[in-house]
Each structure stands twice: as C-alpha cells, then as structure tokens.
Write a protein that binds this ligand. Structure first.
Ligand code: ATP
Ligand code: LTN
Length: 334
C-alpha cells in the first residue's frame, strides 16, 4: 500500500503566472513531487468570480498546465487536472457552503481586496469562494496544502469547516495543514513594495511573469522601486526598506543564499550593482522553465492526454470522499 503523504494545491488561471506564484507555491510543489502523492490543478471555477474573457481563460488554463510541467511537475508522478473537469468539486462545494458561516466568509481578506478592486461585480461566488476552496482540498484528504502566505486564511477556514463537519458526522475529512515556504511566501510588487505581486495586477511593471523575455525581466529589476533613504546600502530591513527587503527575498529564494550572505556579497556596492544581479539570477532561474513551457505548449495532443488522465485519477479519489459525505448527511444513494 502507498504510504506517501498527500499534497494538494491549485492556482487560478486568472492571469499569467508570476514569480510570486512560482516562489510562493509551485517551487515548493516541484521540490516535493517525489516524496508525496500530489494533486495540482488549474482553478478555473474560482477564476470566474472575476469576469474573464472566455478565449483568454481557455488559453491560460492550458498554458498554466504547460508551466506546471515545465516547473518540474512530472504528470506521471503528479495528478495534474483542470478543476471544472472533476464535477465533485462543484458538488462538495455546495455542501460545504451550508457548513460555512456568513461571518467567517465576511472576514476573508481576499474577498475584501477583490471586492474593492471589482466594485461593479461583487458576486455571490466571490463571497462563497472559500467554501469551494475547502471542497477542492478536502475531497483529496491531503496532509499538506502548499500555498503562499496570502492563502493561509483560506486554509485555516478549511480546517475549521472540516472540524465542524467531523464534529457532527464523525471523521470524514482529514484536517490538512497549510505548507508555507520560509523565504518567498510573500513576494511584493516591484513597483509598489507594499502590495503583493499579483498576476491580475493592472500594472505589469510590478510583476515578473514566468514566460517573460530576459531583457524585459532585467529592465523591470533595474527600475524596481528601492527606498527613498540615502543610505544606498543592501541591508535587510522590511519595515524601513521594504523595496530592498523584497529584492533580497527574491534573490534569497532563487539562489538559496541567506540574508547575511547577501549583505556581505553587496557590501559597499549599492543598489546599482544589486538590482541587475537579482535580475540576472531570476532570468537564469526562469530560462529553462520558459523554454520548456513553450515547447510543451506547441504539443496540444500531449497536453490533452495529461489533463484527461489527471481528471480521471482525481475523479476517482474525489468520488470516494463525496459518496461518504452524501451518505453522512442523509442523501439517498442513487
Ligand atoms: P490573482 O491576482 O488572480 O488573485 P495571484 O497572483 O494573487 O492571483 P493566486 O492565483 O492567488 O495568485 O496564487 C497562486 C499561488 O501562489 C497561491 O498559493 C498564492 O499563495 C501564491 N502566491 C501568489 N502571489 C504570491 C506572491 N506575491 N508571493 C508569494 N506567493 C504568492
Ligand atoms: N484560492 C487560491 C487558489 C485555490 C487553491 C485551492 C489553493 C483554489 N483552490 C485549493 C490551494 C488549495 C488562490 O486564490 N490562490
């Protein structure tokens, strides 16, 4: 019998993947792909909580799959699938909506942020989204959910919902732990170091995209907002020097160096040397991913075979949990 622990995570195809998505989430997935039983999906159902262009959504969903594979997730060893292909997500999502409280949903920062950004479309899905996310997770009984810092609150809500449900019906769900990286859990925008780097940001200067050309990446790093102090010194101080601290976090995450080592490396050299060095390290990290993803994108038949097989495997596991839930809550078996 397979004794491996289970890991699961998803990303919305709501924009092109960024360095934030990579360092906060995917890098962690790829590094653990061998030792865990892993499920990773494209959260297309979540992405329609914000209005999407249909053709762009379709394209980005497939590109995201190609990028997952290019980041090192081998489809033979990981179950890679598209959320809407596994109908159990919508079904358990509805059930869990009825076990998630209005007050809990009202406290979610992602809801507050996104409703502030999309004032003309504050829809029910945007509000109840965390119940669907709880379903995404609990269907697969995972031990860990590798995400960036911003998703911690949703993971905690998932734990609360699972515990509430188990409290009523007995042990139905495993209560999972969020798995957040020590470095890179919250990469900030290069143009505004006080806000998170985000793939749906309207200002592309703040985000580095996985598929971006090296010269564009370098240009963005050279123009990255550092700090208004006159010190011009590479020192880790997130409160007073958030721009430099963010660049240091990026450099640390891609090179594996500690903050002390980075300070020593750039002692007396100023931002003029530091910023292009970070750019160069990021370019070299992303180069193989970009090249491999472009190659995979051109093979549509392969991508289709991957997401079909993934949906089949995911559905099999998800169905077991869903049946158990339906039985416990009193639905008549078909
Ligand atoms: P959107 O702009 O559509 O809300 P996003 O860019 O904020 O998207 P998500 O799809 O919400 O990204 O996140 C995908 C995964 O990457 C999640 O696990 C999230 O925690 C992580 N992540 C996203 N942005 C960052 C970031 N700037 N730093 C670290 N991790 C991040
Ligand atoms: N809410 C996440 C995406 C997401 C997810 C999940 C992450 C949807 N379902 C399940 C982990 C597990 C986001 O907005 N980044």
């Amino acid at each position: 019998m397979d004794e491996k622990k289970v890991m699961l995570s998803g990303i919305q195809p709501s924009g092109d993947l960024t360095l934030g998505s990579y360092l906060g989430a995917i890098k962690n997935w790829a590094e653990r792909a061998e030792s865990f039983d892993c499920y990773y999906f494209m959260a297309d159902m979540h992405s329609i909580t914000v209005r999407q262009d249909p053709a762009a959504l379709r394209r980005r969903t497939l590109e995201q799959l190609a990028q997952y594979i290019a980041c090192g997730l081998d489809p033979e060893k990981n179950t890679l699938f598209i959320q809407s292909h596994v109908h159990q997500h919508a079904e358990l999502g509805w059930v869990l909506n009825c076990y998630t409280m209005f007050g809990e949903l009202s406290r979610m920062t992602q809801f507050k942020d996104k409703s502030a950004k999309n004032k003309d479309n504050i829809n029910g899905g945007l509000f109840t989204y965390p119940a669907l996310m709880a379903a995404d997770i609990l269907l697969y009984q995972p031990d860990y959910v590798p995400v960036g810092e911003d998703q911690k609150q949703h993971c905690e809500l998932t734990r609360d919902v699972a515990q509430r449900f188990n409290g009523i019906y007995g042990d139905v769900f495993k209560v999972p732990e969020p798995y957040i990286p020590k470095v890179g859990a919250r990469i900030m925008s290069l143009s505004d170091p006080l806000s998170k780097m985000s793939k749906s940001d309207k200002d592309p200067a703040g985000s580095i995209y996985l598929m971006e050309k090296p010269e564009d990446i370098q240009r963005k790093f050279k123009r990255a907002v550092t700090d208004s102090d006159t010190e011009n010194c590479v020192r880790y101080d997130p409160v007073n020097k958030p721009g430099v601290a963010n660049l240091m976090a990026i450099y640390a995450a891609v090179t594996g160096k500690s903050f002390d080592e980075i300070e020593a490396e750039f002692a007396g050299q100023g931002y003029g040397k530091f910023k292009p060095a970070v750019g160069e390290a990021v370019v070299e990290t992303l180069r193989p991913i970009r090249e491999e993803a472009s190659r995979i994108m051109s093979d549509k038949a392969y991508l289709e075979s991957v997401y079909r097989a993934g949906a089949e495997r995911a559905s099999y596991v998800a169905e077991k949990t869903l049946r158990k839930v339906y039985k416990k809550i009193g639905f008549v078996a078909r």
